[in-house]
Write a protein that binds this ligand. Structure first.
Ligand code: UDX
Ligand code: ADP
Length: 463
């Protein structure tokens, strides 16, 4: 089965970069990325590539070559579904904010809407690929919706979870550790569908890195991979607190254990806590599924990863308050970094949001600087927590486009994202601009302690 047209529903952090790379390596396939959000599609089509809706190193280069050749961004969802033999569903699946499973389960309404729409529109056979992270057995629901649409065409469902990490998405897509494709290899049609997707990836991924499994293994593997990664961070963060009490150094402990080849050195950086759209959502999902199946010990085991992460964020904020003589009321604090990690403009679930919220509750005045996150996004993030009114939030938030403006008269600087540029700042100048004693709370352990203490800073790191 030769695929000539691909449609991807959802032009976000996953759909956009993934389809750009598929189009880059498969110039004979027309790839159309569609979205309900007109503003987002307009931004993807903007002549000025600096206005693409997401920031990802290396993305502009790939989009500039493929866009208009075989990569298209459009709001014509139905048209793209009609003409494609393969449809990726890459829409958001946030944690539910209402009803059963509120705060725990994934909200599948966007996925279901897509499936119903495909069922209604399709006039020829389609391969439907789950790209969004979904609870185990979602493929079954999609299959049922499509089969009952009465369109008389055949649908094959594949699960093809995305493992890219934001900030390094283009590299992760170019040389993936593995590509996972879950499908039904018990039928001829199923086998053909799996092969069609394998062929697309084979354009640039070595065959031995393309793994095929059954659909449910594929779905569960994605949740498991994220749960394991997040668990490492919570584990090292839990020990950072122990280090602070005992005089051991978490950096030294991470290095020592990371050199054990069985443990490995990655994902052992203690921090103010993990963020991002995936880790918390996927673990909550795992906890919810386990509880629903009566597996309470399994659920509690994974839930602790979240408990630890919330604790790490809280104690970071409380440590700032404690060090500033137990009150931050009316004091200005410079917040460096709002994104959930460096090299992205994504702030979903960023630790910065929660730390800022705690500080605002104590009436601190926040001067926030981030190189990529927009001021409207920061305001949205704080208001979204609903801790107090928008009017009230406004009194405490100053968003700065120049980091040196953020530190004028500040009592403290809190580093919440590990942006490289923070390391190169003129910290002597910053010290001179701040109130004394001048504090730094380095939530990412990226600055040079000795240098800063020499300047006169009171430097606090994690662990
Ligand atoms: C994650 C998974 O890595 C990726 O495979 C999956 O497809 C989506 O979820 P992402 O959330 O984009 O990717 O970024 P990741 O690099 O995993 O970082 C997540 C969070 O953990 C960030 O807030 C990061 O700062 C934090 N982190 C990461 C640490 O605090 N310490 C570490 O050692 C590593
Ligand atoms: P992710 O990080 O998973 O890519 P994003 O929120 O960045 O998540 O992107 C998901 C995109 O899916 C959004 O741009 C949203 O507008 C789009 N979307 C959600 N539901 C639908 C739908 N039914 N049809 C088309 N696009 C949708």
């Amino acid at each position: 089965m030769k695929i000539k047209n691909i449609c991807c529903i959802g032009a976000g952090y996953v759909g956009g970069p993934t389809m750009s790379v598929i189009a880059q390596h498969n110039p004979e396939i027309k790839v159309t990325v569609v979205d309900l959000n007109k503003e987002r599609i307009d931004a993807w089509n903007d002549k000025n590539l600096n206005n693409l809706p997401i920031y990802e190193p290396g993305l502009i280069e790939v989009v500039s070559k493929a866009r208009g050749r075989n990569l298209f961004f459009s709001n014509d969802i139905d048209g793209a579904i009609k003409e494609s033999e393969m449809i990726f569903i890459s829409v958001n699946t946030p944690t539910k904010t209402y009803g059963t499973g509120k705060g725990m389960a994934a909200d599948l309404k966007y996925v279901e809407l897509c499936a119903r729409n495909i069922g209604k529109i399709a006039k020829s056979d389609k391969i439907v690929v789950e790209k969004s992270t979904l609870p185990v057995k979602t493929a079954e629901s999609i299959q049922s919706i499509l089969e009952n649409a009465g369109s008389g065409v055949n649908f094959e469902i594949l699960s093809n979870p995305e493992f890219l990490a934001e900030g390094t998405a283009m590299r992760d897509l170019a040389i993936p550790d593995r590509v996972l494709i879950g499908g039904n290899d018990k039928t001829e049609e199923g086998k053909k569908a799996i092969q069609a997707l394998v062929d697309i990836y084979s354009s640039w991924v070595p065959k031995e890195n393309i793994l095929t499994t059954n659909v449910w293994s594929s779905e569960l593997s994605k949740l498991t991979a994220n749960a394991f990664l997040a668990q490492r961070i919570s584990s090292i963060n839990s020990l950072s607190e122990l280090c602070e009490r005992t005089g051991a150094s978490i950096g030294e402990v991470s290095k020592a254990i990371g050199m054990d080849s069985r443990i490995g050195s990655k994902f052992l950086n203690a921090s103010v806590g993990f963020g991002g759209s995936c880790f918390q959502k996927d673990i909550l999902n795992l906890v919810y599924i386990s509880r629903s199946l009566g597996l309470n010990e399994v659920a509690e085991y994974w839930n602790q990863v979240i408990v630890m992460n919330t604790h790490q964020r809280d104690r970071f904020a409380k440590n700032i308050i404690k060090n500033l003589y137990n009150t931050v009321s009316g004091k200005s604090i410079a917040i460096f970094g709002w994104a959930f990690k460096k090299d992205t403009n994504d702030s979903r679930e960023s630790a910065a949001i929660y730390v800022a919220d705690t500080l605002i509750s104590e009436h601190a005045i926040l001067n926030i600087y981030d190189p990529k996150v927009s001021s409207s996004q920061m305001i949205f993030d704080i208001n979204y927590l609903n801790t107090r009114s928008e009017f009230e939030n406004k009194k405490y938030l100053n968003i700065k486009s120049d980091p040196y403006k953020a530190v004028e008269g500040a009592h403290a600087v809190a580093i919440l994202t590990e942006w490289d540029e923070f390391k190169t700042y003129n910290w002597k100048k910053i010290y001179q601009m701040m109130k004394k004693p001048a504090f730094i709370f380095d939530g990412r352990n990226i600055l040079d302690k000795d240098h800063l203490e020499e300047i006169g800073f009171n430097y606090n790191s994690i662990g």
